[in-house]
Design a protein around this ligand. Sequence first.
Ligand code: LLP
Length: 430
Amino acid sequence: MIATNLKIRDGVLEFAGYSTPALAKKYGTPLYLMDEQRIRDNCRMYQTAMNEFFGEHALTLYASKAASFKRIYEIVGSEGLGIDVVSSGEIHTAVKACFPMEKAFFHGNNKTDADIAFAMESGVGYFVVDNVEELYAIEHIAERKGIVQRCLLRVTPGIDPHTYDAVATGKVDSKFGVAIGTGQAEEFYNYAAALPHLQLEGLHCHVGSMVFDEDVYERAAQIMLEFIALLHQKYGFETKILDLGGGYGVRYRESEGVVDIPYRISALADFMKDLAAKLEVPFPAVMLEPGRSIVADAGLTMYTVGSVKRIKGYKNYVSVDGGMTDNPRYALYKSNYTVFAPERMEAPPTLHCDVVGRCCESDDIIQPDVWLPELRRGDLLAVATTGAYNYAMASHYNRIPNASIIMLSPKGTSIAVKRETLDQMIKNDV
Ligand code: LLP
């Protein structure tokens, strides 16, 4: 099976030890299921490796854009992780979940003045400053509030991580951060160092998402450490924190590779310690910001089939009761997914079809070219590895309410996010 939390028992798909058809019957579809233990295991896998190879000051920040709702912040908070937040909405959700906000890092390439003030009032520990205008906005608001705000500067190392364009962010021409290669990152440092209400703690970079290439983080770390050495030699600046962003890829289909994350972290740590010694720079506290690899394989989506359309001589479509409103990733990136018929896992896969959603758009496809057993209206389908960037990117297109999220744990099942009602959807219409 594609993930170890998926099992077949008596021909039925089990997820996190629960029968998926029984959960669909109990809670209705479309339905997101999330495996709490898997989220915890992924958090521990990261934090154990970070501490073992980078030392006690290293910290894993969960990039909460991957899946943001109160229960997630409670889980990652109880595992001792920090978080990456990118909006007032994510900050508000984390605060309501009683997350210790001093471990929150506020990202984003366009924080409004209102966001900046709200983040400070919420006690966000660190701002990751994206650009010069933002730097001065933070300084002014911190001055007005009479505080000194801890910050990192986001810089771009100029690395192409060989992933899809929508998620490659570390290149020189990225909309995020300030480029090292053009000399502008050094200017950015000089502006920041002169501001009395900013306390500059270090640097941040993020090369991209769905990264599988072996040496991407080493290449980024090399450029970052050389920049750290330049700031140290030229200005005597000590970089206390080096945040290398997120991005490790996950497996969506059996045919894809798996990244051995603890091994990659150990190789990265060896490389960085050697280089830092050669460059004679004090070794910073290293942070990584995984999103996808914390929650992707903890998610599974359940749907009910509405129709099986066989266009003679052409193709077959299986329509489900969700679609791009709960998972826009195929529509956006042509992303791969594994689809199961969870009630008949051992039946022969004789139906070749596109699994499509219910939205009025031809690209509303969950996954094309899938082989499934014969299906009819009322049968269930399950889509694996949907924990990251599915609920987080859900929309109301065609005025379809958001699906609910059920958290599965060895202790039982519980609703983490209620199914949205039609009235909730129109509550702001006047
Ligand atoms: N840190 C920063 C600054 C980021 O921009 C991101 C992702 C992460 C960390 C987490 O990266 P991860 O470990 O999840 O790869 N919607 C796209 C993904 C966009 C990623 C944006 N930034 C998708 O569905 O594939």
